[in-house]
Design a protein around this ligand. Structure first.
Ligand code: GLN
Length: 483
């Protein structure tokens, strides 16, 4: 059984199709691992989906996966790791999840996250923090920490996450796995509980770039139920994985290679650049202006959108309802105070303040202008570069509890990743080194809108040159028996 865990999702699907391994044994192996891994706290619910007859040519048929618990799965609680939605059972399934199930995926359960995907350490969950499988004292990153930790620990072969300002890429980097936020509008948001609708995108967290491409090939596509869904065309991403980077120009923007980036991260990124050069790419440091305020604009816009999206949780139609309210107003206040955790309340307060009459022009309008400036700054870079290479975050992953009392410091760390959400760009994070403490280091690749294939191909080329994506924490595939 153990060798199975070393296979990628694509390799496992082929082994199942050939009859080398019984699908029931694979599912049982995954379930056994999950059952003994509760100390990671990756799952909010474990329930194996009923197998749906697979289409014969599905590349991921029979492979166990997991779904972040802000994506609806009909009949299974979708909690968003919030007390507010603890008992919410959606009557429908998210478009991306449905597509995977129809392609023969086996969903093993729902993964833990920061409450409503708001955060970057997976510590704000109502169910408690997710632990990093490489070292249980560290955060798994966030907000899709449960998805990243489950893949890194070998409990499932891939997982879906959502990325509003880095929430796929950040935990993927913390846990040493590959995660991709696709171009905004390419994966339907139908059935994803909204955080900041103009940034939210669903994407895969997997063992390598080829698996990410295979998942995206299944979940991408136009959906009339999402008004921001792009019409396509959607050429196969997997078919673009040639590993050839000749004539690909890659820039490392100076703003993201600043003094905050610590030595191990800097060295790992420079050796990643060398590996990409060996595949034919030109890689150079470049000047970039107009990106400096991206993260500030991100937080203004994200809080504003969160405050309006979360207004629907009022204790009346669904969600947690407080007892003993005097009147309707009191019911709202009590239910929302009880149902939402501290960080979510902070974002709602900030967002409401920013959208108020007296502050709208000063903050919200200015942030929209900065967003346009960021889009323009990227457009200028695409004249000279096909892709950009940056850190995902500048140092080690946070220790659990280390940053819970310093939200602004945490917000600042999103500056390497949130820029891609402002401009709707495809962006991927992959492991590119190890720190002395035994924790993985991640690097980010991003490209122009709809260049998802080129981003994945650069990651694929890197992974053909190196084996960081094949390294696993000691507990990998053992389900936590090994410490
Ligand atoms: N850390 C960011 C935030 O808290 C991003 C979260 C996300 O991408 N869902 O807003």
């Amino acid at each position: 059984m153990n060798q199975l865990f070393d296979l990628t999702a694509l390799e496992l699907a082929r082994a199942i199709a050939r009859g080398d391994v019984a699908q029931s044994d694979v599912i049982q192996g995954s379930a056994d691992c999950i059952a003994v891994s509760d100390k990671l706290n990756c799952f909010t619910a474990i329930s194996v989906s009923d197998p749906i007859a697979a289409t014969p040519d599905s590349s991921l048929s029979g492979v166990p996966m997991a779904v972040k618990d802000n994506l609806c799965l009909a009949g299974t609680a979708t909690t968003c790791a919030s007390r507010m939605l603890r008992d919410f059972i959606p009557p429908y399934t998210a478009a991306a999840v449905e597509k995977l199930l129809c392609a023969g995926a086996v969903c093993m359960g729902k993964t833990n996250l920061d409450e409503f995907a708001i955060g970057s350490t997976s510590e704000t969950s109502f169910f408690g923090p997710v632990k990093n499988p490489w070292n249980l004292e560290y955060s798994a990153g966030g907000s899709s920490g449960g998805s990243a930790a489950a893949v890194a620990a070998g409990l499932v072969w891939y997982a879906l996450g959502s990325d509003t300002g880095g929430s796929i890429r950040h935990p993927a980097a913390c846990c040493g796995v590959t995660g991709m936020k696709p171009t905004y509008g390419t994966v339907s948001r139908y059935g994803l509980v909204s955080y900041a609708s103009s940034f939210d995108q669903i994407g895969p967290i997997a063992r390598d770039a080829a698996d990410c491409a295979a998942v995206l090939d299944i979940i991408r596509g136009h959906d009339r139920r999402d008004s921001t869904s792009l019409p396509g065309p959607y050429p196969s991403l997997s078919a673009q994985l040639t590993g050839d980077l000749r004539s690909v120009r890659i820039g490392i923007p100076d703003v993201y290679f600043d003094e905050a980036v610590d030595e191990p991260t800097r060295c790992a990124i420079l050796s990643c650049a060398d590996a990409l050069r060996r595949r034919g790419a030109t890689v150079e440091l470049c000047r970039a202006s107009g990106l400096e305020h991206a993260v500030h604009a991100y937080y203004v816009l994200a809080c504003a959108q969160a405050s309006s999206n979360l207004a629907r949780y009022d204790g009346v139609r669904y969600g947690c309802r407080a007892e003993a309210a005097h009147d309707v107003q009191d019911l709202f206040v009590r239910s929302r105070s009880l149902g939402f955790g501290r960080e979510v309340q902070r974002r709602i307060l900030l967002g409401t303040y920013l959208l108020s009459d007296e502050n709208y022009d000063t903050y919200y309008k200015k942030a929209v202008a900065v967003r346009h400036q960021v889009e323009g700054a990227f457009r200028a870079l695409w004249h000279s570069y096909d892709l950009l290479l940056t850190p995902v975050f500048p140092g080690p992953p946070p220790k659990l509890g280390q940053k819970t009392n310093d939200p602004v410091a945490l917000y600042q760390e999103d500056r390497y990743v949130a820029c891609a959400n402002l401009a709707g760009l495809p962006a991927l994070s992959m492991p590119c080194g190890m720190r002395q403490e035994g924790l993985p280091i991640g690097v980010q690749l991003l490209g122009p809108r709809m260049s998802d294939g080129a981003v994945l191909n650069a990651a694929f080329a890197f992974q053909q040159e190196t084996d960081f994506h094949r390294r696993h924490p000691p507990m990998f595939g053992l389900g936590g028996d090994a410490e």
